[in-house]
Design a protein around this ligand. Structure first.
Ligand code: HEC
Length: 480
């Protein structure tokens, strides 16, 4: 059986996962709608569009399509070459991939080219924020979990394995591992490797006087830090089915929301975003999965005395005001900061993120150092942590029809990809337990473990509670 297993999507995934819930890259001025002014500049018009719609994929060490759009020079080069204008206007193969930009935005690129690629505009940012300024946050009515909805936290736990539609792309395989980390807190982290990571938490909070469930989603991507906060505002029960909606803790459903439907061992997890109000909210991600390896979540719950209905976070006065508010009108409970040289913690502080990674209960970390040989130099590495071994004692993949067995792949708990320039990776937030560690040099760059890839004999790692361990892989030399 051929596995169309799109791990190639890892970095892409992370990029887009961050976007799922927190959309726009940064608060650039939104190009004022159809009035296209005579002066179109990179700084006023083009950069905000590129940051909002392109750099989630076309930035960083391993950009999609092998090119970045992070500077004036980059963007200009690709417009001059022609392929950028072609793709943003190509309805069959649009960029961004989930659909054409509004016509006025696409025209701005052409006008920018026609006008001679003005870099810094002379026009002062005027009423570009008009659309945001008009935004009036709705009144959010949190669900009182003393009455209903509390069970959502329990339902959320699990190693969810399934497939997903993400920004118009179908990804055949995807997994989320959510487990309790405190009596009223379920948490999952997505390790994206080189590109960054993001974590999602569901927890009991006091939101403006109501005891309810809130969600936090976000992290670091290509030097841009952003997290968004959500509040449970709708619960619906049907036969064999429970539905929960969590909306932006500031802008409500007008800005973004996520909805989770549980039925049996199945989860349907959708999210909708409006790019901070720039467009109408639309479906951004749809994940369908089943829960596996329930013993993992059960053990974590037992260790921390989950579930209890205690307030984990007090947001009785609402969330703090993000740093960017003042410069831009507020539409969302999102915390954003951009900076290439700051650490994730510095960025979190600058963004005024109310829940930083260092403020959640510590689990364990694991550093993996890989010794490269001539064979694996210049190749991307996939670092897999799984329930079951992917390779045998000789270092060969355990296969079926030439590819790693799908039931083994379904045991993957974390799967970062690191760039050809890196030899080391740290898992920042691991639950204690026994894992199999498999490093794969992706020789054919197809993004999944396949014939030709180089790996190593099976390696077991025991992660002790609240530990920081280090594993060195020195035998990455077995060709499949
Ligand atoms: C969700 C990820 C994603 C986003 C967002 C995205 N791209 Fe892409 N882009 C890709 C991928 C993957 C490819 C390579 C495959 C392809 O050509 O379709 C690509 C290819 C391209 C190409 C083709 C390059 C060539 O050699 O022909 C251009 C041009 C491009 N993107 C421009 C843009 C622009 C401009 C934006 C924003 C308006 C954008 N992309 C947003 C993922 C993305």
């Amino acid at each position: 059986m051929f596995l169309s297993w799109q791990m190639t999507m890892c970095s892409f995934l992370l990029a887009t996962l961050v976007v799922i819930l927190s959309s726009a890259t940064c608060f650039g001025q939104s190009p004022a709608k159809p009035a296209i002014r005579d002066e179109v500049s990179y700084s006023n018009d083009i950069r905000p569009i590129v940051n909002n719609f392109c750099t989630t994929c076309h930035a960083g060490d391993d950009p999609e399509g092998e090119f970045v759009l992070t500077s004036y020079k980059d963007v200009r080069k690709h417009v001059e070459k022609g392929e950028l204008l072609q793709r943003i206007n190509d309805a069959k193969k649009p960029m961004p991939q989930n659909g054409l930009l509004p016509p006025y935005m696409r025209r701005l690129f052409q006008l920018w080219a026609d006008g001679g690629y003005l870099n810094v505009g002379t026009r002062k940012a005027g009423n570009e924020n008009a659309k945001y300024e008009k935004f009036k946050p709705p009144v959010i009515a949190p669900v009182d979990i003393d009455r209903q909805g509390f069970e959502m936290l329990e339902y959320m736990q699990g190693h969810w394995v399934g497939s997903m539609m993400l920004m118009g792309q179908n990804i055949d395989w995807m997994a989320f591992d959510y487990r309790a980390i405190a009596p009223s807190h379920v948490h999952g982290i997505f390790e994206g490797g080189t590109i960054g990571n993001l974590f999602t938490s569901f927890f009991v909070a006091n939101f403006k006087g109501k005891k309810t469930i809130m969600a936090r989603n976000g992290g670091l991507l290509n030097g841009i830090y952003r997290t968004s906060y959500f509040v449970l505002d709708q619960v619906k029960y049907k036969r064999n089915e429970a539905y929960y909606r969590l909306v932006d803790a500031y802008g409500g459903k007008d800005i973004m929301w996520m909805e989770l439907t549980f039925s049996g061992d199945k989860l349907q997890f959708n999210s909708y975003t409006s790019r901070f109000g720039l467009t109408e909210p639309k479906l951004h991600m749809a994940f369908t999965g089943r829960s596996r390896h329930r013993e993992l979540a059960a053990a974590a719950a037992k260790a921390v005395g989950f579930p209890q209905r205690v307030v984990e976070r007090d947001f009785s006065k609402g969330l703090p005001t993000p740093t960017w508010v003042g410069k831009y009108p507020q539409t969302s409970a999102s915390f954003i900061w951009e900076g290439k040289n700051e650490s994730v913690l510095e960025l979190a502080q600058l963004a005024k993120d109310p829940i930083r990674i260092d403020q959640i209960p510590h689990l364990s970390s694991l550093k993996v150092t890989v010794q490269r040989t001539e064979l694996t130099t210049g190749k991307k590495l996939h670092i897999y942590l799984s329930r079951r071994a992917l390779t045998d004692n000789r270092g060969k993949f355990i296969t079926q029809g030439g590819y790693v067995r799908s039931d083994l792949l379904d045991g993957l708990l974390s799967f970062p990809e690191i760039s050809s320039k890196q030899n080391e990776y740290s898992f920042t937030y691991l639950h204690p337990g026994k894992y199999f560690l498999t490093v794969v040099a992706d020789m054919d760059a197809d993004g999944y473990p396949s014939p030709g890839d180089i790996t190593h004999p099976v390696t077991e790692v025991l992660v002790a509670p609240k530990s920081n361990s280090h594993v060195k892989i020195t035998d990455l030399n077995v060709r499949n």
